[in-house]
Design a protein around this ligand. Structure first.
Ligand code: BGC
Length: 373
């Protein structure tokens, strides 16, 4: 009888292990999505225990699909993307991409480091934006599906060569995505360099909590825990002023809809045609920003260890880019909360430093957490 019990326990353990392995395998699936400059591009589908789905691609280490329920349990994708890989390479919308070497603008595409002046590609008026036209968002990264993880996880790695887009130093960049069972996207960035350099890394996902391509985001209720924001000029280059939000349409310390004050006669809103500014995190609460969409009940929390967040409300979207299901992404139909450093920091010594030295490892984490209210 005892022998039988032992045998039974062993068989049960083997079956359990096999089942675990099986479910691990099913947590992340990888399929060929396209080809870019001789490298394979994959679509990775991560399914968590709640049955919610996150899709990623190694082209630009992008988030391409976030499928989460509304308060009635109806699931929809709430981020921008394309039906095919061709849509993604047919332009430069940065949807869901990891942006580098320098996310956001560098004035006139010039900065000086240790007495050497560096020149970057100009691709936004007179300025350089998002690492130039061939930045990290438009490169095929290496893909790895780590084993022995508690949640579905994918690691993308990119080796950015010395003087790529004008920046010094060979950099190795890792973006590790984890899709937890309570529907948090955890992005862990790790960067190293072999020469002193500057960088600013972010994720450029567009969110519309109604569902991607359904209406605009003006009714989304936003909170950003920031008492200051980075004031800009008409080219969206920081003037150097960190302006108090108090008494301005930039005070999101208590919930306000995006649309509530967007048309106010306020210089910064006029310069950017809406919100397109870095908010300086107070960094004294666990959650740095939240977005609530009252129709679906979807709620998103943003948690970051970075100095700020670029809140961009899709002012430059104009419907010419056709996304999932043939839906155009129209003016203000998505918002971005791009965590990171301030624009043009290499030209502002009083801003938090964006310098990385050889021998140092930069590590940073941003979390986007989804639920309903
Ligand atoms: C910038 C916008 C820009 C957009 C491009 C944002 O990070 O702040 O000004 O138009 O990226 O998708």
């Amino acid at each position: 009888m005892k022998k039988f019990n032992l045998l039974f326990a062993m068989v049960a353990a083997i079956l359990l292990l096999a089942a675990c392995n099986q479910s691990k395998k099913e947590m992340v699936t990888k399929e060929l999505y396209g080809n870019f400059k001789g490298k394979e591009v994959y679509l990775l589908t991560l399914t968590n225990k709640s049955g919610n789905v996150l899709k990623l691609t190694n082209f630009g280490a992008r988030i391409t699909w976030i499928e989460v329920p509304d308060r009635n349990g109806n699931k929809d994708n709430i981020t921008f993307g394309f039906d095919t890989f061709d849509g993604m390479i047919g332009g430069d919308p940065y949807y869901g991409a990891v942006v580098g070497r320098y996310a956001n603008r560098i004035a006139k595409g010039k900065f000086t480091l240790d007495g050497v002046e560096y020149t970057l590609p100009i691709n936004n008026g007179p300025n350089s934006l998002h690492g130039g036209p061939a930045g990290w968002h438009s490169q095929a990264w290496d893909t790895e599906i780590p084993e022995d993880t508690d949640f579905p996880t994918v690691k993308f790695t990119y080796k950015s060569p010395d003087m790529e887009a004008g920046f010094p130093g060979n950099m190795t960049v890792e973006a590790l995505y984890t899709w937890t069972d309570n529907s948090e996207i955890i992005i862990d960035y790790t960067l190293t360099t072999d020469k002193r350099t500057v960088f600013n890394i972010t994720n450029h996902a567009y969110f519309n909590l109604h569902g991607a391509g359904i209406g605009d985001i003006l009714d989304h209720q936003l909170v950003i825990k920031a008492s200051k924001f980075v004031a800009v000029d008409t080219f969206l280059i920081p003037t150097g002023e960190l302006r108090q939000v108090e008494g301005t349409p930039f005070d999101f310390n208590t919930p306000h809809t995006v649309g509530e004050r967007i048309a106010q006669d306020y210089d910064q809103l006029k310069f950017a045609n809406g919100y397109d500014h870095t908010f300086v995190f107070d960094n004294n609460e666990e959650v740095d920003a939240t977005v609530y969409e009252p129709v679906s009940g979807r709620f998103m929390e943003v948690i970051s260890d970075q100095p700020g967040v670029q809140f961009y409300c899709g002012n430059f979207l104009n419907g010419t880019r056709i996304g999932y299901g043939g839906k155009p992404y129209t003016h203000r139909s998505g918002l971005c909360l791009e965590t990171g450093h301030f624009p043009d920091s290499p030209n502002h010594p009083d801003f938090p430093s964006t310098v990385l030295n050889p021998g140092e490892t930069f590590k940073s984490r941003t979390i986007y957490r989804f639920s309903v209210k």
